[in-house]
Design a protein around this ligand. Structure first.
Ligand SMILES: NC(=O)c1ccc[n+]([C@@H]2O[C@H](COP(=O)([O-])OP(=O)(O)OC[C@H]3O[C@@H](n4cnc5c(N)ncnc54)[C@H](O)[C@@H]3O)[C@@H](O)[C@H]2O)c1
Ligand SMILES: [Zn+2]
Ligand SMILES: [Zn+2]
Length: 350
């Protein structure tokens, strides 16, 4: 294990404006009690990072200036804080970015992903667009040998997809995936691997992503030129799908999802909306829909399911990860994501 330097450069939000990131020198953090120090292997770019980059209302309200951002990451443990017995130097880990107190009612009932005292790694405190970071040991999830190093950083969005899909039935069920950003694309892949009977995928007009969804195994791909509700009903014998998953954050997609889920079916919503969408609530009532908001990943059921799926080797992660760049090319990676002709974009540190 090479020696840990005392300082490092890290992509830091320094100015309260769009972009506003500089590569700034920081002291390499020392792991405190209960923490581990990780040498970054790779960090992927999330839609959240675009919000921070563009410095929208959400970014302004959540991220302190001076923060090294980046939360979808993996790496090797290089030092351990006092009292940590769960990990050892050399362990290859991926990070669960929801930092929980493990003491509140939500944590104790098994919902640490919505901890009452929670914070997000790489949003509220320094993250992983830098070569080293510290994190509570509990958030450093050990990667089994069955996970390839190059795939390890994408478990945060892959876990979002799995958490959303498994809010309803998947195996032998009809599933609709609305919104084909990186998470929606992961969901198409997971639905196929989990044995969905029929997968219907919708986007607005992103042809690159619609083509990818088809390649990943979607049976039917719909876009802005289609009557989405009519097409889904017609593909499901007039009744609608068993399980609708909303990954676009667009109100029209949520409306379509409500109107094309079968009576007694499931609607799982991960998308985050710019403003509160107006939706046909009576359809939810009369269709007797199970509607669920999805946040993060269950700790640790989602991770367990995900690692089983990754171990089976049936996922096509490399199709969804369309670009791998050197971490110095952070700005180019953001530009790629903004342009949208991509799936997941990963920054390599090694
Ligand atoms: N709840 C959580 O824990 C959580 C975590 C991560 C991301 N998110 C949210 O999940 C969503 C997906 O994130 P992402 O980064 O995968 O995707 P993204 O936001 O990059 O892409 C969304 C996709 O939806 C498509 N779209 C737009 N309008 C549409 C419509 N009417 N019908 C169908 N598709 C439409 C766009 O063309 C785009 O391809 C976002 O809203 C994001 O904010 C939530
Ligand atoms: Zn993310
Ligand atoms: Zn808690």
């Amino acid at each position: 294990m090479s020696e840990v330097p005392s300082t490092m450069m890290g992509w830091t939000k320094v100015r309260p404006e769009p972009d506003g990131f500089d590569l700034v020198e920081h002291v390499v953090p020392v792991p405190q009690a209960g923490e581990v120090l990780v040498k970054t292997h790779s960090t992927s770019i999330c839609g959240t990072d675009l919000h921070i980059w563009s410095w929208d209302e959400w970014g302004r309200s959540e991220v302190p200036l001076g923060t090294i951002t980046g939360h979808e990451t993996s790496g090797h443990i290089v030092a351990i804080g006092e009292g940590v017995s769960s990990h050892t130097v050399g362990d290859f880990v991926s990070i669960e970015c929801h930092l929980a107190c493990w003491e509140c009612e939500r944590c104790r009932e098994g919902n640490a992903h919505v901890c009452e005292n929670g914070a997000i790694f790489g949003v509220h405190r320094n993250g992983a667009f830098a070569p080293y970071f510290t994190v509570p040991a509990a958030n450093a999830r050990l990667n089994p040998d069955t996970i390839s190093a190059g795939d390890a950083s994408i478990q945060d969005p892959l876990g979002n997809a799995i958490h959303t899909l498994t809010g309803g039935p998947v195996k032998d069920s009809t599933v609709a995936i609305h919104g084909l950003g990186p998470i929606g694309l992961f969901a198409v892949d997971v639905a196929r691997a989990m044995g969905a009977k029929k997968i219907i995928a919708t986007d607005w007009d992103n042809q690159t992503r619609m083509d990818l969804a088809k390649e990943l195994g979607a049976d039917l791909v719909l876009g802005k030129d289609d009557d989405v509700v009519a097409e889904i009903l017609s593909a499901t014998g007039g009744v609608g799908v068993d399980n609708s998953c909303e990954f676009s954050g667009a109100a029209p997609a949520l409306n379509n999802a409500i109107k094309s889920t079968r009576n007694g079916g499931w609607l799982n919503i991960l998308g985050v909306y710019g403003s509160d969408p107006v939706v046909p609530v009576n359809d939810i009532v009369f269709r007797y829909l199970h509607v669920k908001g999805i946040n993060g990943r269950k700790m640790w059921q989602t991770w367990d399911t995900m690692q089983e799926l990754l171990a089976e080797g049936d996922l096509n992660i490399d199709k969804v990860v369309t670009h791998r760049l050197h971490w110095h090319d952070f700005q180019a990676a953001i530009a790629l994501m903004q342009e949208g002709n991509c799936g997941k974009v990963v920054l390599n540190f090694e």
